[in-house]
Design a binder for this molecule. Structure first.
Ligand code: NI
Length: 173
């Protein structure tokens, strides 16, 4: 396994729409394993391939029910939301591509996602609450959308300014 570099916003690569995977092969399985390792090391609960500069519709997530729970990783190829609830909820989100930035984002409270697992089998998962929000957040990444694109422009600009400051500080450090 290998750690991948996480792209930090603002960056045009985070605006790209990722391509559909045509075949789930060993290269895809290795990428998914690397993404999961990268997600864990960055204390994330989800990661999309777009965030590590890979132009493929891949995402990983691991949401445990509590700190003592066993790891519960999901690896999804070509995830697609096929059902969403009418009910929505505002909940705070963060993102490893936007370090230390948080905002409340409105999402559907329940979704059903269809995807291929790492063996290429078609799967469906119905998710609620935080897990549903996480899947929507990661699929947004694959469509070039960040969580700050779903909040007011005032808050978005404030966060972008802070991120640009952070980037500048790192360049001259
Ligand atoms: Ni994210």
């Amino acid at each position: 396994m290998a750690l991948l570099d996480v792209i930090k916003a603002p960056d045009p690569r985070l605006k790209q729409i990722a391509k559909t995977v045509s075949k789930v092969d060993d290269a895809i399985r290795k990428t998914l394993a690397d993404m999961l390792e990268t997600m864990y090391i960055n204390d994330g609960i989800g990661l999309a391939a777009t965030q590590v500069g890979i132009d493929k519709r891949l995402m990983v997530m691991d949401l445990r029910d509590g700190p003592n729970e066993e790891p519960n990783p999901f690896k999804m190829v070509n995830p697609e939301i096929i059902e969403t609830s009418d009910q929505t909820k505002d909940a705070e989100e963060g993102c490893v591509s936007l370090p230390y930035q948080y905002a409340k984002v409105r999402r559907s409270t329940e979704i059903t996602v269809q995807y291929l697992d790492e063996s290429g089998n078609e799967k469906k998962l119905t998710a609620h609450g935080l897990r549903a929000a996480c899947i929507q957040h990661e699929i947004d990444h694959l469509d070039g959308i960040l969580f700050i694109d779903r909040i007011s422009s005032l808050k978005r600009n404030m966060i972008i300014r802070r991120l640009m400051k952070e980037k500048k500080a790192n360049v001259y450090a």
